[in-house]
Design a protein around this ligand. Sequence first.
Ligand SMILES: Nc1nc2c(c(=O)[nH]1)N[C@H]1C(S)=C(S)[C@@H](COP(=O)(O)OP(=O)(O)OC[C@H]3O[C@@H](n4cnc5c(=O)[nH]c(N)nc54)[C@H](O)[C@@H]3O)O[C@H]1N2
Ligand SMILES: Nc1nc2c(c(=O)[nH]1)N[C@H]1C(S)=C(S)[C@@H](COP(=O)(O)OP(=O)(O)OC[C@H]3O[C@@H](n4cnc5c(=O)[nH]c(N)nc54)[C@H](O)[C@@H]3O)O[C@H]1N2
Ligand code: SF4
Ligand SMILES: [Mo]
Length: 702
Amino acid sequence: MSDARHVDSLCPYCGVGCQVRYHVENGRIAWAEGIDGPSNRGRLCVKGRFGWDYTVHKDRLTRPLVRRDDARKQPEIDGDPMAQFREASWEEALDRAAGGFAHIKEKFGPDALAGFGSAKGSNEEGYLFQRLVRSGFGTNSVDHCARLCHSSSLVALIDQIGSGGVTATFTQCDNANVMMVVGSNPVRNHPVAAAFFRRAKRRGAKLIVVDPRASEIGQEADIVITHRPGSDVALFNAIAQVIIEEDLHDSVFLRQRTKGFPEFRESVRRYTPEAVQAETGIPAARIREVARMFGRAKSAMIFWGMGITQHIHGVRNARTLVNLGLLTGNVGRPGCGLHPLRGQNNVQGVCDMGLLPGLLPGYAGVGKPEERARFEKVWVGETIPSKPGMTMIELMNAADEGVVRGMFFMGENPAMSDPDSHHVRHALAKLDHLVVQDLFLTETAWYADVVLPASSLMEKWGSFTNTNRHIQISRPVTEPPGEARQDWWILQELANRLGLNWRFTHPREIWEQVRSLWPAIKGVSWERLERDGWCQYPCADEREPGKDVLFGDRFPTIDGLGKLVPVASVEPAELPDEHYPLVLITGRILEHWHTGAMSRRSQVLDTIEPGPVIYLNETDLPRFGLRPGDRVRLVSRRGEIEAKCRVDPGLPTGTVFIPFCFVEAAANLLTNAALDPQSKIPEFKYCAVRLIPAGDLAEAAD
Ligand SMILES: Nc1nc2c(c(=O)[nH]1)N[C@H]1C(S)=C(S)[C@@H](COP(=O)(O)OP(=O)(O)OC[C@H]3O[C@@H](n4cnc5c(=O)[nH]c(N)nc54)[C@H](O)[C@@H]3O)O[C@H]1N2
Ligand SMILES: Nc1nc2c(c(=O)[nH]1)N[C@H]1C(S)=C(S)[C@@H](COP(=O)(O)OP(=O)(O)OC[C@H]3O[C@@H](n4cnc5c(=O)[nH]c(N)nc54)[C@H](O)[C@@H]3O)O[C@H]1N2
Ligand code: SF4
Ligand SMILES: [Mo]
């Protein structure tokens, strides 16, 4: 007899946070459809509709694993990685996992440990994770993939307007006259948000797209700026210069709501469109056109992504966009706003939960004794260390140097997602103790001492926060496979083995604890989330509906003002030269998710895009004597990969694009780990490479 039923929950992939109805037959998900969530209103992209079956893939971890005594760790894995492990009971695996951390803490001190939580996990899991690292490990070295993502935006936004969240939802583009999309490819990466952009366009809103690669959304834009990669600071300073020169700035807003305008005006004076033509590759007249379209708009929104943030000048880039929003008074009204499109389904949420080395939940500074005391009062018997922690890539370097000796990864796959993979894998293999809590034996788990099988979003209760600041609830659709357990349960078991005393019995209790500690979500009760499915924040009261548009009267800074900040342009860390003449841009494709751990185990997604590809411009192809489908080798100073090539007509000449989801040709073997000095984000979007057609390789071998 069939047991057909359905459960309303969430898509597990991107920060749009689509609400999904999962139809279950005989205990398995049979199909999925979009429902009327606040950010998707019935829509789904291919991942939401078809991408859920990774949860029942044969590779799912169903029992805890521990490293065999005779399996030595090596940076390069030969043969079946599973052969290095044996199955273990939960008791043994948890004792070993916690015991290894306790041993390192005792022998080398707490700062020899570090933990990386997950932006795929729920708010409750993120909250427990940072608490475990802070109180259980005794270090603030806790971080997650936001470091590789919007850390640059956070630095700029928090400094300039006092808050890192979006000032307006993307659905506000319904009220915008102009939308500017910078360094973001929403048709692939936020497809349902792109549907809202298109709808606004049909209504008559103008669209400006700024991306060196003329992406899919660019084809629908009124103006496309395909500038030189890495030249955004010069470009946006020039746009600001024109806006000021032609008196298109909002003097009233600048006077009442901001500070720093005189210095800013002075700083952009020399960035005339003519002066930046060579650096940006964009004719002066075109820059003026953009400045006029944006400057004259009654209401305009700026959306941005990784093309802005993932540079050694990521913070500078992000600052130029915040400057532009403030200069034109496009913050705080309907159809106006600054919107860094959030990537992972819960990256906004786990930043809120304090999965960051310097910040406790609700962005409370860990360096402030009164803030630590406030948390310690609720975390009875626990002590929060005052010393600031290190960030993700810094910690990986510290592991390579032998300073950090034990690491814990929950739902992150740095062996594929951190830059310069050879270095990362080397560092991971060096660790005395590595614990990985995941759904699969990922490339990172290959180096683990203990692997803990966790639950997917389809199998759990939890709250998740999307790019629009909607906190939404996930409801269990199916059971975890085998002995896989809830992430929060695993964290609690580890915490208690490290001397803490946690007694949570349901994610609801964890949420209620966070809610008691952060006034911005005071009105978002678990009961409300279960009843309505979602609630927007900030929301101080249970009767408040939440707000699409923030900061109508003041910014949450000490003086209530927004700040314009002068920024000068700097060059990328590794420029092309005669040995490595091409620029490599890395990014994403529609069907695959990051390191491929999930999407490559989804039948439909994997069938559409089954293997690695290297994208080249159509004029570069004949230059190298290539045809689409030919194999090429790509070499950087750090590594090399081989794959088939494909044409991307939007790519500028001399530029190569690869997604980082394919382990057979892992993009991060090539990328440069140079960091932005403030946000510590690596320069994923720019490094120098050389291309060798595979035919030449064969000849060379003869
Ligand atoms: N299908 C799919 N969707 C995803 C993800 C996924 O893996 N797959 N990941 C999610 C996550 S976590 C994130 S953060 C988002 C990321 O979403 P996006 O920000 O859209 O990500 P990318 O494709 O990495 O890069 C965006 C664009 O930056 C451009 N770019 C490169 N260099 C420069 C530059 O110097 N200046 C400018 N202005 N642009 C430049 C690239 O050409 C590219 O089109 O996507 C989310 N959605
Ligand atoms: N070259 C290059 N590299 C990049 C980028 C780029 O543009 N170019 N972008 C960077 C960005 S923006 C990001 S966000 C990072 C992403 O990097 P990662 O976060 O490392 O990538 P994911 O593949 O999303 O890894 C998520 C992991 O969580 C597991 N997982 C999923 N759900 C659950 C769960 O409920 N519980 C547990 N315990 N585990 C779960 C999955 O199996 C997977 O192993 O990559 C960064 N790396
Ligand atoms: S747009 Fe994002 S949240 Fe919506 S279905 Fe696609 S991947 Fe899922
Ligand atoms: Mo991201």
